[in-house]
Design a protein around this ligand. Structure first.
Ligand SMILES: O=P(O)(O)O[C@H]1O[C@H](CO)[C@@H](O)[C@H]1O
Ligand SMILES: O=c1cc[nH]c(=O)[nH]1
Length: 313
């Protein structure tokens, strides 16, 4: 039964709603088969409860290589049997996204930008629903441009905000704009900050994250193929963003927060900053430095998962 239809049916049902993933679409119920096209999976051809029913943590990030590396890393961290190098891509039937399952952890890539992550999230949320997964926490592990922070700082998002610093995501549906809230789970964010204080070399802050639909002009960069503003205008916009609590800029957080929230999934965004945007636009750190920065959100979330699983106190 689709939880959303049970909304007014008493406390037992409310408990069911809290734990399960709530797809928000009455038409799904009547479909004989649901093909998750971009994952190359279907609820008829695959036993989704058997494959994914035990998932408790989903980690998503833009790059396929990063999410494979994360899957191998968490395999080692959880000391699971088998060779982490031999983990296979569940979505190998498509080259849109990659997906690895490591015990109770799912690691998935989502590409760059709101349209790419939103397609992935529709299919992920339906997958978790078909699999009857319960009590799932979803993390976005990403990279970002810092606003007034030293490169390498990990930002745990308080609110995901749009270009006007509003905690909302606008989606055009049938020619009309639908606005959804982008607030994330406060408890998970503070648990993550606590985890960072227990680790060495993961400088972390809680702050707002601005989500844009472009890396260059959309983030106020002066180094794109097009630039329609002055250096002074760029710095003024970043100053206003800083005053509104923005500490980093990336390209997926608002739709990620909005979709997880509507579907009853606890979610967090953890992005490392690659540069301080007050100092420049080009990413000049060496490959090795950038690789180490990108591991920081992974180390933080691994600590969180191990604590939640009771593997460390
Ligand atoms: O590092 P990822 O997760 O891809 O995230 C950030 O990096 C990409 C831009 O380089 C955008 O997708 C942005 O959100
Ligand atoms: O400046 C940056 C760096 C990484 N990702 C972004 O979206 N912006």
């Amino acid at each position: 039964m689709t939880p959303i239809l049970l909304n007014c049916m008493g406390s037992e049902h409310n408990e069911f709603i809290k734990q399960h993933v709530q797809v928000n679409n009455p038409y799904l119920e009547g479909m004989e088969e649901d093909i998750l096209y971009h994952f190359s999976l279907s609820n008829r051809t695959h036993n989704l409860p058997e494959m994914f029913g035990d998932i408790k943590f989903v980690c998503v990030g833009g790059s396929a290589n990063r999410m494979k590396a994360f899957a191998q890393f968490i395999h080692q961290e959880l000391q699971l049997p088998g060779n982490p190098k031999e983990i296979t891509d569940i979505c190998e039937g498509t080259d849109r996204y990659c997906m690895y399952k490591v015990g109770p952890v799912l690691s998935i890539s989502h590409g760059m930008g709101v349209p790419s992550i939103s397609i992935m999230l529709h299919e992920l949320i339906k997958l978790l629903h078909h699999a009857q997964s319960r009590d799932v926490v979803v993390f976005r592990l990403g990279t970002s441009g810092g606003v007034g922070l030293a490169p390498g700082t990990v930002v745990i998002t308080d609110k995901a905000v749009d270009y006007s610093f509003r905690a909302q995501f606008e989606q055009v549906v049938l020619g009309k704009v639908i606005t959804r809230s982008t607030e994330l789970d406060e408890g998970v964010a503070s648990e993550l900050l606590q985890c960072s204080s227990e680790l060495q070399n993961i400088p972390s802050v809680i702050g707002n994250t601005m989500c844009t639909s472009d890396f260059y002009e959309g983030q106020g960069r002066l180094d794109g193929a097009l630039c329609s503003f002055s250096r002074a205008e760029k710095l003024e916009y970043l100053r206003k963003a800083y005053e509104a609590g923005v500490r980093n800029i990336e390209m997926e957080s608002t739709v990620f927060a909005a979709m997880c929230r509507v579907c009853g999934l606890k979610a967090a965004v953890i992005c490392v900053t690659l540069l301080n945007r007050f100092d420049g636009d080009q990413i000049t750190s060496t490959h090795d430095v950038l690789t180490e920065y990108q591991q920081r959100p992974q180390v933080l979330v691994s600590h969180f998962i191990k604590k939640r699983l009771g593997l460390i106190v």
